[in-house]
Design a protein around this ligand. Structure first.
Ligand SMILES: *Cc1c(COP(=O)(O)O)cnc(C)c1O
Length: 220
């Protein structure tokens, strides 16, 4: 099936208020343009060098979302154009985004990445770390970092109950933070969860952005 048809099919399944980030990492400009010509405007990338090159070559109305592990020394390269960083997971990274946002005269929208899965990875705040991060309040000094919600990845498993529980946990954490810190901030509104294998469960749990690669573009 063509990329256009995949996107059209997905749009019928995904509620209109849920955004679709088409994860185009490792895929070519031609493939991205096929999605673009089907109306897709949000693309997700996980490597700095790749997104910088694609941003230069492709239409300027594309919203580039950075979804991968982000090294501090590379923030500078994406700061001028990135629409949303899904993977802010430390105070040190926040400080660098603040610096580069300031240098570019913009507030960069960022999600706090939370480690909800069972799997061992280095990325993401634990729930407790993130609670501490917000209660310490250093983020309030960073006017060029716009904290816009949370992101999480569920465990890669066939066990739907487990995945559902992890997504529910992220939604509960979002509600907790919204209530405690962002009640009057309309920009704190995103819950980025759900990929090709689990996006329907994520939507049921309250996702506002699904990040979908394989289903749209095929295998990487
Ligand atoms: C690659 C990637 C995706 C997309 O995964 P698919 O299973 O291909 O849909 C989503 N989120 C993150 C963080 C990724 O790295």
């Amino acid at each position: 099936m063509s990329i256009r048809l995949k996107i059209e099919e997905l749009r019928e399944i995904v509620p209109s208020e849920v955004k679709i980030a088409a994860v185009s990492k490792f895929h070519s400009n031609d493939e991205i343009m096929e999605a673009y010509n089907a109306g897709q405007r949000i693309f997700g990338e996980s490597r700095v060098q790749e997104v910088v090159q694609k941003q230069q070559e492709l239409p300027k109305d594309i919203e580039w979302h950075f979804i991968g592990n982000l090294q501090r020394n590379k923030v500078k390269q994406i700061a001028p154009f990135v629409s949303l960083i899904h993977s802010m997971d430390s105070e040190r990274l926040m400080r660098e985004i603040e610096k580069q946002g300031s240098a570019n005269n913009r507030a960069i929208p960022c999600l706090l990445q939370i480690h909800i899965a069972d799997e061992d990875t280095k990325s993401g705040f634990s729930l407790e770390e993130c609670r501490r991060f917000l209660s310490e309040g250093k983020w309030r000094e960073c006017s060029h970092v716009k904290i816009s919600g949370l992101m999480g990845m569920a465990t890669f498993t066939e066990d739907e109950d487990k995945v559902r529980k992890e997504f529910d946990q992220l939604k509960l954490l979002f509600d907790e933070f919204k209530d405690a810190y962002f009640k009057k901030d309309p920009d704190f509104k995103e819950i980025s969860m759900g990929m090709t294998g689990d996006y329907q469960l994520a939507i049921e749990a309250g996702s506002t952005i699904v990040r979908i690669g394989t289903l749209i573009f095929g295998d990487r």
